[in-house]
Design a protein around this ligand. Structure first.
Ligand SMILES: [Zn+2]
Length: 328
């Protein structure tokens, strides 16, 4: 059963307190600002409360998170230097060499169209949204969406800080979840996808982009890669709407060139410059076909719908074969 449709400007129409809960025990949140705490007297966060950064609640269960409470004492909570506005020289160099995301913009439009078929004012959770994902701009320029940006640190694009292993939202709060370039950075991707499933309404939408052939980025906070089949299996409790490569083997080769130089100890800046003359390799991705292209992909996407039935393990070999057949 959907909640009543809210009206008014996107930022004002949704009261976060209507959908947030304690990340540990899922009781309601009491208090405001620096006094935010769990309403369940038996929960540790009733006494300890939750910190805030830049006026945003940090609803993290620190006992089970890679991030500790001290991280959120006196800054945005970011453990790395971040370019959330995407304006740094490094970000510009990266865009010139690796190009723009060739699929996310179109996929985002499809995602929003499908979300609006569910509700005239869809509620969208963005996990890892401190920096607007490449191609995800459409989520932010549509005033009929209620977008709730979250990340492990605050930014102008987030409304609260959360660890995706324990999303601080009540069950079935959202019509869609957008999670772009995040699942490689979590310790337990299956737990995160299970949380996405929990906070989505029936038939709710998910859009994920996750690297396959990419070297380590974000340093100490990079843990996992997925093949297209592995990515499908991760979202086994969702029906597939569409899936495939974000970028192919040409971009994967660019990553390898950059990291070959980086392995010599020349640093991030010089390795970016070293890869720059090879930018043309990314145009080779236009020649890739079907599953063979996905087998070489730099990154993969999956768009799906929440389901009550999980894929059977025995269906996975056929999943690969179907894509070979579709490619002809
Ligand atoms: Zn609690």
């Amino acid at each position: 059963m959907n909640k009543p449709i809210l009206t008014g400007p996107a930022q004002d129409s949704l009261r976060l307190s209507d959908i947030t809960c304690c990340p540990r025990c899922r009781s309601t949140i009491a208090g405001q600002g620096a006094q935010t705490r769990c309403s369940n007297a038996a929960c540790a966060y009733a006494a300890d409360g939750f910190p805030t950064v830049d006026g945003q609640q940090v609803l993290i269960d620190f006992e089970s998170s890679i991030f500790d409470r001290e991280t959120y004492h006196d800054n945005s909570g970011s453990v790395l230097d971040r370019d959330v506005l995407n304006h740094s020289i490094g970000s510009r160099l990266h865009r010139f060499t690796f190009g723009e995301n060739p699929v996310a913009g179109e996929n985002c439009r499809t995602f929003v169209t499908l979300a609006k078929q569910r509700s005239p004012r869809p509620r969208i959770l963005v996990v890892g949204g401190a920096k607007i994902g490449s191609g995800a701009e459409h989520l932010y320029d549509d005033p009929t969406l209620d977008v709730v940006g979250t990340d492990v640190f605050s930014s102008p694009h987030t409304r609260l800080v959360a660890d995706a292993h324990k999303l601080p939202f009540v069950d079935q709060s959202f019509d869609g979840v957008w999670i772009q370039a995040v699942l490689e950075h979590v310790l337990e991707p299956i737990d995160v996808v299970s949380e996405i499933h929990r906070v989505l309404r029936d038939d709710g939408l998910v859009y994920a982009e996750t690297p396959f052939m990419q070297q380590v980025h974000e340093r100490a906070y990079d843990f996992t890669r997925f093949t297209q089949s592995g990515h499908r299996w991760l979202f086994r409790s969702f029906t597939e709407i569409s899936a495939g490569p974000v970028t192919g083997g040409g971009v994967a080769l660019l990553w390898s060139i950059r990291y070959l130089f980086r392995a010599f100890g020349v640093g991030d800046g010089v390795s970016r410059l070293a890869a720059l003359p090879f930018f043309w390799l990314r145009f080779l991705d236009g020649f890739g076909r079907g599953r063979a292209r996905a087998d070489a992909a730099s990154g993969l996407f999956f768009m799906g719908r929440r389901s009550d039935h999980a894929l059977a393990p025995s269906s996975m070999p056929q999943y690969y074969k179907n894509q070979q057949l579709a490619a002809g």
